[in-house]
Design a protein around this ligand. Structure first.
Ligand code: RNT
Ligand code: ZN
Length: 418
């Protein structure tokens, strides 16, 4: 059978359960997903020489990581070519590009330090999302940034956040696409603190100052990302789930951002998505794969990934959820890691959009739990792979063959980065 014939058969099978796969393919092509720049260089960036700090870690030293903006852009281009679907570019402040020996510290960065990224994004028709970088820097005192008791430290990081709001607005104006600006800090303590409230009050006041930086709320969407713990920050996290969710709920225009690596292992972000959608007009996600902890493994087409996509789609919330990938594996080919993760989330969205949600919801409301189980299990055997291939072709790629291109790129480009 040719792909054409396989797709025709799949299309018919889905039509029988009320799913129009042509319409799904056309729609999926237009859903933006934010591609994180930091898989390409192990979250290092270009503004410092020190190690990655803040409770996050990359493990492995697979050869070929990007060392310059040019190399990182070249790698991102590979990923764009090898993956179907619409993208936004997700940048961290630490990826500022300084020219001719110039340098600006994090509290002094300006739009011009990101002009090259804007040019890159515009040429590829992408919007840009942004993240102030509150880690990997000398001005982190005793593991604290925005929640530090040291006024000077706090001020430095507040100024960094405000600079990032200005840069975010510049991105939005230049690209014509709103910029989601996510605030995450690794602030916390290794051991049992004597004061849990003080740092949170300071953190709250600091984020309030950051988002008070004048901006058009239609162009810049500030988010707060929660976390449960980090390496070296095991006992207490200032920006906990309750803190971040309450902050977003109490501050108009501020979105809650859930990273599915940032919860206890028996909690599921798929269940939290509809809970938040009942209250917030818009929410943001970091999509990752936690293996026992916030390990940031490459996203796979696994059950929880599928379930998260299913919730977004069946809540009719594709326009209300800002989706971004967040993982970093330094132990395998980074282009492949990026590509597998991006493709996995695309597959999850496709799978969700090929699910007859209304019919299944009706079975639940009719208390037909027996039938619902049977139907949901039957869905797993539908010919999704044939629809996926058709989608890939519609986006100018295929499922077969992309890894050969990665291997070729590895030997022609990555292997030469010694
Ligand atoms: C860390 C957070 C945060 C970072 C990125 C690099 O635990 O998930 O989002 O991974 O900002
Ligand atoms: Zn994250």
């Amino acid at each position: 059978m040719t792909q054409k014939e396989r797709y025709a058969a799949a299309k018919e099978a889905y039509a029988k359960i009320g799913v129009d796969t042509d319409a799904v393919i056309a729609k999926l092509k237009e859903i933006p997903v934010s591609l994180h720049c930091w898989q390409g260089d192990d979250v290092i960036g270009f503004d410092h020489d020190g190690p990655l700090t803040g409770g996050i870690q990359t493990t492995g030293n697979y050869p070929g990581k990007a060392r310059t903006p040019e190399e990182l852009m070249q790698d991102i281009d590979q990923v764009i070519r090898l993956t179907p679907g619409k993208k936004k570019l997700n940048l961290h402040a630490s990826y500022a590009i300084f020219e001719d020996g110039e340098f600006a510290d994090r509290d002094k960065i300006e739009p011009k330090h990101f002009a090259k990224w804007v040019e890159f994004a515009k040429e590829r028709n992408m919007g840009i999302d942004f993240n102030p970088t509150f880690f990997s820097h000398d001005n982190i005192k005793d593991g604290l940034t925005l929640s530090s008791p040291d006024e000077d430290v706090r001020r430095f990081w507040i100024e960094h956040g405000r600079a990032c709001i200005r840069i975010s607005e510049y991105f939005a104006k230049e690209t014509g696409v709103p910029c989601v600006m996510n605030i995450w800090t690794g602030d916390g303590t290794k051991d049992i603190p004597a004061d849990r409230l003080g740092p949170r009050e300071r953190y709250k006041a600091a984020i309030e100052e950051i988002i008070a930086e004048p901006h058009d709320p239609k162009l810049v969407k500030p988010c707060v990302e929660s976390k449960v713990f980090g390496i070296g920050v095991e006992a207490y996290t200032v920006g906990s789930a309750e803190f971040s969710l309450a902050f977003a709920a109490m501050h108009e225009g501020c979105l809650p951002l859930m990273d599915n690596g940032h919860y206890h292992p028996t909690e599921f972000v798929s269940d939290k998505i509809p809970a938040l959608l009942a209250f917030f007009p818009e929410i943001a996600l970091h999509i990752t794969r936690p293996v026992r902890w916030d390990s940031d493994h490459v996203v796979l087409f696994d059950d929880e990934t599928k379930e998260m996509a299913k919730e977004i789609v069946r809540c009719n919330a594709i326009d209300r959820v800002d989706m971004a990938l967040d993982y970093f594996d330094a132990s395998i080919n980074r282009i492949s890691a990026w590509t597998v993760g991006f493709r996995s989330w695309q597959k999850a969205l496709l799978s969700a959009m090929c699910t007859p949600a209304d019919a299944l919801k009706k079975m639940q409301d009719d208390s037909d739990w027996t039938g619902l189980m049977v139907r949901q299990e039957a869905m797993k055997m539908m010919p999704l792979g044939d629809v996926w291939e058709e989608y890939c072709i519609a986006c100018g790629t295929t499922e077969d063959g992309w890894f050969d291109e990665v291997k070729k790129y590895e030997s022609e480009v990555l292997a030469k980065r010694a």
